[in-house]
Design a binder for this molecule. Structure first.
Ligand code: PEP
Ligand code: CO
Length: 451
């Protein structure tokens, strides 16, 4: 049975999210057309199962308790024309390689969650964009309008919600195939890492770590140990729950528990621009059983974090709530301690995850939006330092990356300079770490974990 979240998330007294202000929603010119699409979506099959969401919640509970590490990563914005086997495979391969290094260094399980199969909607700082005197509505992600700078492309089109569903389904299908069909074999992943160490400019630095992993795998092999976990991996999909019409259309009652799940992805998060306590996004997320993340930027007061816990995790259930902090490299050491201290003192057990991307964006002289690899690394370093100082667990990292050799962020072992940015600047939104920068980051975080 499918039930619209609107009709059943709320008690008689609690306001429905539909009665509350929802920031960052598209202005559809034809509400009837929107309704026709969401009605169809309500009848479509779920993309994920409630039981899988529960399993991820269990895994994230281990992160919250300090017994696991979360690696969450993928595009800032997925795009319909990038749903290809090559691109999805490269992204997965990168995440799996990073995860192998982190698992060894942290000596705890790494929970692998993609920003994938649903990450098509973008909140924007400005509602309009002006080029050469022409002002048009901002691009809000392929689920809303087109990136092309024409008046026609920028009109929000509800048909795009249907395309988002199908693009997500196709992506998830391939991800499931890759992660369980032998492609994700740990020995293969390790061989790719050895390849990286051999061929990349910065690779030599990681040789010792790669050799240790090699020894560990050889030891296991010699012992005759060949666990099933070596041959397939648990991988989950996540995205920002931005477009509430879409998320609600994919919210269903689980027949076993009678609870509501947003079956558009395993985990969803609320962004920095939509986390208003009295807003629709928080109300919507409060009504679903999925693990939920909330981005916390530099303006977050500790009281706000506590109020978010009250709204989203009233039972204080580890794994339910993940705080994804994005303070900026120069501020994380000042701003994070008060948040972590107050939340810890409240008794709540949230998972703390570092997004070292969104507080470190700047515009290069060429006009490209970019990030410095060193700033990204430094925010992660600050995040680890703060948690170490407080005796709390640095639970994971949340990064924007791609498996392709793009030139969107500057720095890294295979150094990309500001003058290189134009060469392969392909992101639909924010600048992503490329394949080699992502692996650099994993090896350097691994070093941090062990220091
Ligand atoms: C994002 O994750 O792409 C994003 C927009 O982040 P934030 O909400 O933290 O700005
Ligand atoms: Co982004």
């Amino acid at each position: 049975m499918t039930v619209n979240a609107d009709s059943s998330t709320t008690s008689a007294t609690a306001p429905s999210w539909r009665d509350l202000p929802a920031a960052q929603q598209p202005d559809y010119p034809d509400p009837t057309a929107l309704r026709a699409v969401t009605q169809e979506l309500e009848a479509y099959p779920p993309l994920v199962f409630a039981g899988e969401c529960d399993q991820l919640r269990t895994r994230l509970a281990a992160v919250a308790r300090g017994e696991a590490f979360l690696l969450q990563g993928g595009d800032c914005a997925e795009a319909f024309d990038q749903v290809s086997a090559d691109q999805i495979r490269a992204k997965l391969k990168t995440l799996l390689q990073m995860s192998a290094v982190l698992t060894y260094a942290a000596s705890v399980p790494v929970v692998k969650v993609g920003r994938i199969a649903g990450q098509y909607s973008k909140p924007r700082s400005k509602p309009t964009e002006t080029r050469d005197g022409l002002t048009l509505p901002s691009y809000r992600g392929d689920s809303v309008n087109g990136a092309e700078f024409t008046a026609a492309a920028r009109v929000p089109d509800p048909e795009r919600l249907r395309r988002m569903y199908h693009a997500s389904a196709a992506t998830l299908n391939l991800v499931r195939g890759f992660t369980t069909g032998g492609y994700a074999d740990l020995r293969q992943v390790h061989a790719w890492n050895q390849d990286f160490v051999r061929t990349s400019a910065s690779g030599q630095r990681y040789e010792a770590l790669a050799r240790e992993i090699d020894n560990a795998l050889n030891f296991m092999k010699a012992c005759g140990a060949d666990p099933a976990e070596f041959h397939s991996v648990e991988f989950y999909a996540s995205h920002e729950a931005l477009l509430l019409d879409y998320e609600a259309a994919l919210t269903r009652t689980d027949s076993r528990s009678g609870k509501l799940y947003d079956v558009s992805g395993h985990m969803v998060w609320i962004g920095e621009r939509t986390r208003q306590l009295d807003g629709a996004h928080v109300a919507f997320a409060a009504g679903i059983r999925n693990p939920v993340g909330v981005k916390l930027g530099p303006t977050t007061a500790p009281e706000e974090a506590l109020a978010l816990i009250d709204r989203l995790d009233p039972e204080r259930e580890p794994g339910r709530l993940t705080f994804i902090t994005r303070m900026g490299a120069d501020r994380v050491r000042d701003l994070l301690p008060a948040l972590v201290e107050r939340v810890t003192a409240s008794g709540a057990q949230v998972a703390w995850v570092c997004d070292p991307m969104h507080g470190n964006t700047f515009e290069a002289a060429s006009g490209h939006k970019t990030r410095r690899f060193d700033d990204v690394l430094d925010e992660v370093k600050g995040f680890f330092e703060v948690h170490k100082g407080l005796g709390t667990h640095p639970g994971g990292i949340h990064v924007e990356l791609t498996g392709d050799d793009v030139t969107e962020c500057v720095g890294g072992g295979d150094e990309i300079f500001v003058d290189d940015l134009h060469q392969r600047y392909e992101t639909a939104c924010d600048p992503r770490l490329n394949r080699s920068q992502s692996l650099d980051l994993a090896f350097l975080v691994a070093e941090m974990y062990r220091s």
